[in-house]
Write a new protein. Structure first.
Lengths: 152, 152
């Protein structure tokens, strides 16, 4: 099996989309991450779900976890709604990591190795022109590997 | 809301369990990670799904991704079945990272901050005695935050 055998259509966001909309999209679709594309549908970032969630946490609380403990409960529930119109692009890491992108003919072993290395439960699958074809998610990859295994 | 409001029962593994069984457990339960506990039910590791998957990838391929590309397709599908009886404990990272563990009275902001920092879509929730009460998963946390938000 290869990546194109387990690729699935995934909704994407652009750097101009509001963070709040991106997080809601992920919550609604139950995806383990989000792919950011440019106007040509070329992936510019593949964000693990935890890093999308991180966009919603005020920077001061990211660096000083003890601060999060000082926020009282009702306010802690609402921090998300204070995002305003911050965009995905504004929240992307300053130093982008290696893109979790694979070619459609990549093997499952390549996909698994990249997921582990990039710590991303979502990979962007691209065609020869670099444009997004879809995503490979951890659950689907595990299921495929589980079936391939004789004891599965 | 606090962690105990969104905690759920999650299956666990011990360091003595075979990696193959741990991966199958994750595939079957669709959990985004696994919690490793000791004989007293105290969490000793919280593994993001990508790191559980990584346990199945031969070390040589983790370090040299180009090697994965040289493995032919049928063999690439079967690498998983060659794990033999390697245990979870043998595959844990040499230098354990900060445990993704929170107290049951942690706020959702604390939970979100820790998930983002630890890059773990699964948190272990413990009682005052340090024993595991259950897990908080990214999807459930997102849903709770989404409901709490006025625009949700």
């Amino acid at each position: 099996m290869r990546a194109h055998d387990i690729v699935e259509g995934v909704p994407t966001v652009t750097a101009d989309d509001p963070v709040a909309a991106a997080v809601r999209l992920m919550a609604r679709t139950r995806l383990p991450g989000l792919i950011v594309v440019d106007t040509r549908s070329v992936p510019t970032a593949v964000l693990p779900g935890t890093q999308v969630l991180r966009m919603t946490v005020p920077r001061s609380h990211q660096a000083h976890p003890s601060l999060a403990r000082t926020i009282d409960e009702p306010h802690a529930d609402l921090f998300w709604s204070e995002l305003g119109d911050r965009t995905v692009g504004e929240c992307l890491p300053d130093r982008p990591e290696r893109l979790a992108v694979i070619a459609q003919d990549a093997t499952l072993l390549e996909a698994a190795a990249l997921m582990g290395r990039a710590r991303s439960p979502l990979l962007a699958v691209v065609g020869d022109d670099g444009r997004l074809l879809g995503g490979v998610v951890l659950g689907r990859l595990l299921a495929a590997l589980s079936q391939a295994s004789p004891e599965g």
